[in-house]
Design a protein around this ligand. Structure first.
Ligand code: HEC
Ligand code: HEC
Ligand code: HEC
Ligand code: HEC
Ligand code: HEC
Length: 216
């Protein structure tokens, strides 16, 4: 590590101390969010989709292999299934049984949560026609968030064979996503030291612990 990097990193470190101080009134301090589990605009469940229905992580987070960010899927990915599926099997079965008891034709059941998804798609389409604007993404609330001065990239990790669950925990069991790890510098550096000793998925790796690897 050369002295220019040290100067930059330590210099910016000071600036960040000031920035942290200024932000300490906020309830979301960086590095202080282990267990953070925000409510989302649609009650989307990873337990159902990634667990029970076994949709692969990369079907929706297709960026993880190819880009820095894993990415949140656009509503159109959801519509691959929800164009047709408008309610849970349980809700449809309950309506069918009720209709049979009341001797009437069964009504179409639309889940209130999926109605939100359909509304979002429809209003986006109208907005696009009216104002020729690209559709606005659904306002999902970010769970994980590193400070801006840290460089993280999914690619080298996913391509080296580090599993999603090693950093995100058992997401396929979560009704709502929760931040499992503390995302601290110690967490990153300790793992880099560890994988350099143990390898990943039977292969040797070389994860750098130079300051400049993670700080611009
Ligand atoms: C059907 C699509 C879909 C599948 C499959 C899926 N996800 Fe997600 N994922 C989402 C959506 C939508 C969000 C944003 C809403 C939320 O946080 O629940 C999300 C959010 C996340 C987040 C939190 C992102 C943030 O804001 O920090 C993580 C981590 C995550 N997913 C990991 C996984 C893992 C690991 C798997 C596989 C076990 C997986 N996902 C499978 C759609 C999916
Ligand atoms: C080495 C640890 C690590 C691994 C492995 C990992 N992630 Fe992440 N993930 C993170 C960190 C750290 C963040 C926060 C990044 C930021 O704030 O810039 C994150 C953020 C995310 C987000 C939020 C949006 C984004 O793209 O930044 C999603 C979604 C996500 N990860 C999904 C996945 C999925 C799916 C996998 C497996 C294919 C995976 N991650 C593997 C550490 C990891
Ligand atoms: C591979 C197909 C598939 C994809 C892709 C998919 N879903 Fe689903 N989803 C289903 C199925 C099947 C059900 C109903 C499961 C049941 O019968 O309980 C469901 C149920 C739901 C429910 C619960 C409805 C209720 O009232 O019980 C919500 C909310 C939901 N999905 C949201 C989403 C969102 C948001 C996305 C995109 C990020 C998405 N889904 C992507 C197949 C999918
Ligand atoms: C579960 C262990 C693990 C954790 C946790 C982890 N990394 Fe890594 N990291 C790796 C592995 C494995 C590689 C790939 C090394 C290789 O390709 O030989 C890597 C590579 C990288 C690279 C690419 C440069 C290089 O040395 O190859 C960067 C940048 C990086 N990690 C940043 C981070 C940051 C920032 C964090 C914390 C937010 C983090 N990592 C957390 C295991 C981890
Ligand atoms: C593998 C990734 C990684 C490496 C290597 C790394 N850092 Fe960090 N560093 C981080 C992450 C992630 C944070 C933010 C974590 C937090 O907020 O707790 C951070 C935060 C910091 C901060 C500000 C937070 C504080 O504690 O005041 C400074 C200063 C810093 N690092 C300096 C360094 C120096 C100097 C080196 C080299 C000796 C280094 N870092 C190497 C990942 C890394």
């Amino acid at each position: 590590m050369n002295s220019l990097v040290v100067t930059i990193v330590l210099g910016t470190g000071l600036a960040f101390t000031a920035a942290f101080f200024g932000r300490s009134i906020s309830s979301r301090l960086p590095g202080n969010q282990q267990g953070y589990e925000p409510v989302q605009p649609i009650a989307y469940s990873h337990r159902l989709h990634a667990g029970e229905l076994q949709v692969g992580c990369l079907y929706c987070h297709f960026g993880a292999e190819k880009s820095r960010h894993a990415g949140i899927p656009p509503a159109s990915v959801c519509m691959n299934c929800h164009q047709v599926i408008k309610a849970s099997r349980g809700a449809i079965r309950a309506e069918n049984e009720q209709a049979q008891r009341e001797n009437r034709p069964a009504r179409t059941v639309v889940s209130p949560e999926l109605a939100k998804l359909h509304d979002a798609m429809t209003s986006h389409r109208e907005a696009r026609i009216d104002q020729k604007q690209p559709p606005e993404p659904l306002a999902w609330v970010a769970v994980h968030r590193l400070p801006d001065y840290v460089y993280f990239d999914h690619r080298p990790h996913v391509n080296a064979g580090v599993e999603c669950r090693r950093c995100h925990g058992p997401v396929e069991t979560m009704e709502r996503v929760r931040q499992v790890e503390d995302l601290s510098m110690g967490w990153c550096v300790n793992c880099h030291r560890e994988v350099n000793r143990t390898g990943v998925a039977g292969k040797a790796v070389e994860a750098s612990i130079d300051c400049a690897t993670c700080h611009y």
